[in-house]
Structure formats: C-alpha cells, structure tokens
Design a protein around this ligand. Structure first.
Ligand code: CUA
Length: 335
C-alpha cells in the first residue's frame, strides 16, 4: 500500500514537472537559432543522410535476398557454397573506412570552426559552473551571480551580441546542452571548457545536463533567456544593485567553508568553532577586541586573518576582490 502511494507520488511529480516544462517549446535540434547550433544541425543532416542511405541499401539487399533466394517447395538441393571473395571483402572494408573518414573529417571541421571562433572584444563573458544538480551562472565583468537561468542579449544586425561561456564543474562531470543554441559541451572537474552563443531570436530556450551525473541528472534543467539588448541591460542593472551584492555575498558565504565554523541565525551556517556572526554589526571590535569593527578592518580580516592575528584558526579563504566585496557587504548587513 505504501509503495503504491509512493508510485502515485512519483507519477504526480512527473506530471507536474512535464506541465511546468510544457510552457516552452521542447528543446529541438532541428530548429537552430544560433551559429553553433546551425553547424551541428547541418552536420546532423549529413550524418543522417549517410546513415539513411546505408540503411536503405542494406535493408534493400536484405529484402531482395530474402525474396529472391527463398526456399522453394520440394527443392532439396543445397545452393552452391561460396567460400571467401577478395573483391567483396575489399569492398566491405574500404567503403566503410571511407565513410567513417568522411564523417570524421566533417565533424572535425565543425568542432574546429566552433572552437577556434575568435572572441569579439565586446563579448559578454559568462562562467557556467555545473553542480549536482543545478547550474551556477556568473558574469565576472558585471559582478552578477545567479543560477539556472542564463540571460543573454539577442544578436541582431545593428546590435551584434556574442556570449562567451566558460564551463566548469564544482563536482562531477556534467554537460552543457541547449539544443537550439549550441551542441553539447562537457563540463569536467578541474578543466575549463568553452562554448559561445549568438542567438538571433528572443525567447526562452530549454536546455538540460547531457552527461549522467547522479540521481537528479534528469532534473538538471537550464533555461536561456534571450532578450532585446535594452531588456538585458535592465535585468543586469537590477542584479547589480547593492542588494544584489549582499545576496551574492550571502551566497558566497554559505557556499564556502565559513559555515563550518560560524553561525548566522536563519541560515544554514551553524558552526560553533568560531564566533556567532548573527549580529556582527552590533559589536564594536573584531578579532576579540584587537581592531575596531569598521568596513575596512572587516575587509582586511576576511581577506587574510593570519596577517592581523597570526596563528589564529581562521584560514585565508583566498577570495578574489569581487568575492571579498560581496562577502563583506553581506557581513555588514548582519545587524
Ligand atoms: Cu549534471 Cu547530468
């Protein structure tokens, strides 16, 4: 009975997910809307036509043979037995080798053309980090950090737009795939891969992780929201506000090992090894009375606590400047 209820639960969940996804067109490799997807589409037509031709020839010969050489009633004679034929063996070795060679070369040409595309100076740089089971999306030049929904401007003749994607993984291998915009690109731990998109129509494009990465691989969905330039700028400006900085700092704080030692009430940070930071701004000093609690001192402390208080147990978290600003902005909001 219990398992029946669970089954019903799974069924309901899948119906709900399907309903949530159906508001957008299904990801379709046959409707490319960006240059890398065009290349993949044309290559797939070549591969499909070669495969269809092979299938037609093999299936045709098979059907012909079955009909032509079928057993005739009352004919007990064995047909002539043929052993070996150099000509046929040559043919079935050389022809497939040639076909594979052509397909390999055609694929290599597409891969190289996409990979070697020069990055325009004014390209929008986006870092996409695959996690189990979500996508972290960072715009390093804009100081924006978001997740699962990648916003990019539309590429038009009078306003060219080009988004250059740096793909990294925080844990296991994933694969970035938005079929209408670009082919699959693996997202691999300790390796940086790249991809780019220049979508020519606005709208929402569905993507999915395309490399099995654990239990929720199928639900590692991704949306690319292609907007007119002005809308994209408005979105980016909204993300870049002070509140955005605090939110980014909070996200960074909670994603770093800060949470193992510090508590901030109302968050997942529940460590007790270091001081509780829930009301950090209510205190007048930092580092147990060593320095006044000012924004500058807080920044210096977070940057490298070992400079101010050598030997203390808080490590240098190696934050870069924007991360540092964001974390300090978050800590400064803890009143
Ligand atoms: Cu991530 Cu599959």
């Amino acid at each position: 009975m219990k398992s029946l209820a669970r089954l019903a639960g799974f069924w309901w969940a899948s119906v709900a997910i399907a309903a949530a996804q159906s508001e957008h067109p299904v990801a379709n490799i046959f409707k490319p809307q960006a240059t890398p997807a065009d290349s993949v589409y044309h290559l797939s037509l070549l591969v499909l036509s070669v495969c269809a031709t092979i299938f037609a020839i093999v299936a045709g010969l098979l059907a012909f043979t079955i009909v032509k050489f079928r057993r005739i009633a009352n004919d007990e004679n064995e047909p002539p037995q043929v052993y070996g034929s150099n000509r046929i063996e040559m043919a079935w070795t050389v022809i497939p080798v040639l076909i594979v060679f052509v397909l390999t070369m055609a694929t290599a040409r597409v891969v190289i053309a996409i990979q070697n595309k020069p990055v325009p100076k004014d390209a929008l740089h986006v870092t996409v980090v695959g996690h189990q089971w979500w996508w972290e999306i960072r715009y390093p030049d804009l100081g924006i950090v978001t997740a699962n929904e990648l916003h990019v401007p539309v590429n038009t003749a009078d306003r060219p737009a080009f988004a250059f994607l740096t793909l990294q993984s925080a844990d296991v291998a994933h694969s970035f795939w938005v079929p209408q915009l670009a082919g699959k690109t693996d997202v691999i731990p300790n390796r940086t891969n790249t991809m780019w998109i220049d979508p020519r129509v606005t709208g929402t494009f569905l993507g999915n992780c395309a490399e099995y990465c654990g239990m929720q691989h199928a639900n590692m969905l991704l949306r690319v929201i292609v907007q007119p330039q002005a809308d994209f700028e408005r979105w980016a400006a909204g993300e870049m506000t002070a509140a955005g900085s605090q939110a980014r700092g909070r996200a960074a704080f909670l994603s770093l090992s800060c949470v193992n030692c510090h508590t901030v009430s109302g968050t997942s940070a529940a460590g007790t090894f270091g001081p509780d930071l829930s009301h950090l701004m209510g205190r007048t000093t930092l580092a147990s009375g060593m320095i006044p609690n000012t924004a500058e001192n807080l920044r210096a402390w977070v940057k490298d606590p070992q400079v101010i208080k050598p030997g203390n147990f808080m490590p240098n978290m190696q934050l870069n400047a924007p991360e540092l600003d964001a974390v300090v902005s978050y800590l400064s909001s803890l009143k």
